[in-house]
Design a protein around this ligand. Sequence first.
Ligand SMILES: Cc1ncc(COP(=O)(O)O)c(C=O)c1O
Length: 360
Amino acid sequence: MRLPVFPWDRLEPYKKTAAEHPDGIVDLSVGTPVDPVPDVIREALARASDSPGYPTVWGTTELRDAIVGWSERRLGARGLAHTHVLPVVGSKELVAWLPIQLGIGAGDKVAYPQPAYPTYEVGARLAGAEPVAYDSPREVDPDGLRLLWLNSPSNPTGRVLPKEELKATVAWAREHGVLVFSDECYLELGWEAEPVSVLHPDVCGGSHEGIVAVHSLSKRSNLAGYRAAFLVGDEAILAELLRVRKHGGMMVPAPVQAATVAALGDDAHVAEQRERYAARRSALRAALEANGFRIEHSEASLYLWATRDEPCWETVEELSRRGVLVAPGDFYGSVGERHVRVAFTATDERVGEAVRRLTA
Ligand SMILES: Cc1ncc(COP(=O)(O)O)c(C=O)c1O
């Protein structure tokens, strides 16, 4: 079989155990937002609900303006035009189908960090390319390497790559003619570090050549249900993707495009959401540490990367008996086999309950 077993199926028995807790399950295994969609976004969606015609793959002029404006303001990117942006239907479909859409296939290699979000490997496999997991990107053999994924802040570890590291990797990739896609969907969720985009002039030298940043509104705006994401970067690559995606009908629904414009124009809801996550994060962190866990990296993102120096499935099992479900680190590659990933995307009430159970 080309694709691995869908890992979440393996967690089902532990979910069942956790659900038997008299006060209910606290599910910290997935990073799905639980707080309301901000009103400013819902209102924009509602106003655009009378959308009988087909949307375009490239999106409305307003959407492209909003993406350019946000990228310059928030990422520090310079010199962007509409040709440097492309909306996508949430970033997961992009990650999974990008190698195919770029014509990458047998004999080519796609590299990604380890541990990592599993869809980078899935994308390589769907295209019939060779997946290569790396510890350090510049140690990958560039021969046959067509696509290099970066992910900072990282899922699952929450690690942030320093500016100098990003800069050296972009220079290395350019020298070897390797295309860089940088998945930056947690960029606005830095806690003890300030994440930097590959499009920042200090990293890319003011040129977008050979680099594309991937951004999503799922996490920063509680919009996972809307499927709103976009690409920013090399215009030749984006022109090719636009052409392919037009043939494939990969359109963001018109009301979601309008909602995205509203979301990118408003920083207040992002700040408000960050406050909620910051409080949940410190409560869970303290409870885990009180329970003998060590937290590694985790300076950004929506996760705590925790270990008790035991096999991850033992941790999953023990916590499930306390009604708390976490994700085993080996979902993200074998290097994660002694860690668990604890998401803080649960309500204040459920996080409070987890803290109570962990410190009881
Ligand atoms: C690193 C990373 N990339 C991409 C995604 C996909 O996000 P979405 O499809 O909601 O944009 C996720 C979701 O958890 C993620 O963790």
